[in-house]
Design a protein around this ligand. Structure first.
Ligand code: UDP
Length: 343
């Protein structure tokens, strides 16, 4: 298949590009580099030896989107592009809705106009809010009591895709609800490169390990969980990338949602211990108050994806820590900066 990856220079997009190219698909990346670097695409080319076309475009602009899609004759689109910082979305809701919704609308226009029949969308476990029952399966309500505009934008785009698929009857759309992506390509050549202070646990822990940050704040140790800290379902980004390939290859007309997670919950303290063990570095931390909007525990039931996509996670949290550490220690300043870079 010829697959367009919007946001393909980003963290999950770049790893998915590697997996798709290695499976023999043709990959074209469209990105505006607002939170990514062209260097990531260079490294994807180096890892795979594939001839991956890169087009720079801001997909919130409908004219730019039409230009970016022109002449590609693609079979499928994976729509990764979007803003993803939960806290920032609370401070700048209009920007989050504008960017995430407008780019999705423009991508859907291009899909319809060009007769593209397959769409895979980067959704998030955030669409479930505070889950009613654990582990979470796809029958749980979506878009109820969400606590931030980022999550709402994902839930809204899921609905927009459902409506678009009714109108475009031959569209096969897959909504992939990611749990907590972590880790990096085993080469250490590509990985997560957050700008400024990382919002997410794993990049923060790896920056503490490499000496770029003094210590981690553990957001709350009074939750009703195994050790009081928040529990999440961490999924290695290479497993997540393989989930995209499986979704593309199994997409059926209509809209289907899948949880992409491991089914295993790990606490913040367990992540710290695993990272210390593989890196041989001590992770200094303080216990701080809970972060607003956080829930105690989020764990996937991935049975539907296991069954229908013939996909399951294969890599452990330890492997993810090892690969994150390799990426972080080989690239202490990310793709461009130096280790001393401060926000
Ligand atoms: N967390 C933490 N300190 C940090 C960042 C995150 O203790 O600096 C905790 C957070 O409260 C949650 C878990 O780590 O329990 C995962 O948070 P992350 O932001 O990575 O993902 P989320 O599940 O919130 O999307």
């Amino acid at each position: 298949m010829h697959v367009i990856l919007t946001g393909g220079a980003g963290y999950i997009g770049s790893h998915t590009a590697v997996v798709l190219a290695e499976r023999g698909h043709t990959v074209t990346i469209i990105d505006d580099f607002s939170n990514s670097h062209p260097a990531a695409v260079e490294r994807v080319r180096a890892i795979t030896g594939a001839n991956i076309e890169l087009r720079e475009a801001d997909l919130t602009d409908s004219v730019a989107a039409a230009k970016a899609f022109a002449g590609l004759n693609a079979d499928a689109v994976i729509h990764f592009a979007g803003l993803k910082a939960v806290g920032e979305s609370v401070a700048e809701p209009i920007r989050y809705y504008r960017v995430n919704i407008n780019s999705a609308l423009n991508v859907l226009d291009q899909i319809r106009e060009r007769g593209i029949k397959t769409l895979v969308f980067s959704s998030s476990a955030t669409v479930y809010g505070d889950p009613q029952a654990l582990p979470i399966d796809e029958t749980q309500p979506v878009g109820v009591g969400l606590t931030n505009p980022y999550g709402w934008s994902k839930a809204m785009i899921e609905q927009i895709i459902r409506d678009a698929a009714v109108a475009q009857g031959d569209l096969a759309a897959v909504l992939l609800r990611y749990f907590n992506p972590v880790g990096a390509h085993p080469s250490g050549q590509i990985g997560e490169d957050p700008s400024g202070i990382p919002n997410n646990l794993m990049p923060f822990v790896s920056q503490v390990a490499v000496g770029k940050r003094a210590k981690l704040s553990v957001f709350g140790d009074g939750y009703k969980t195994k050790d009081g800290t928040g529990v999440r379902d961490y999924i290695h980004v290479m497993d997540l990338a393989a989930g995209h390939a499986a979704a593309l290859e199994h997409a059926q007309a209509g809209v289907t949602a899948y949880n992409l997670g491991s089914g295993e919950g790990s606490s913040v303290f367990e992540v710290i211990a695993a990272f210390e063990q593989v890196s041989g570095r001590k992770i200094a931390y303080d216990v701080a108050p809970p972060r607003s909007g956080d829930v105690a525990e989020v764990v996937a039931n991935p049975a539907k994806a296991n069954r229908e996509l013939n996909w399951r996670t294969e890599l452990s949290l330890e492997q993810a820590c090892r690969d994150s550490w390799k990426w972080q220690s080989q690239n202490p300043g990310g793709y461009l900066g130096s280790a001393q870079e401060t926000p």
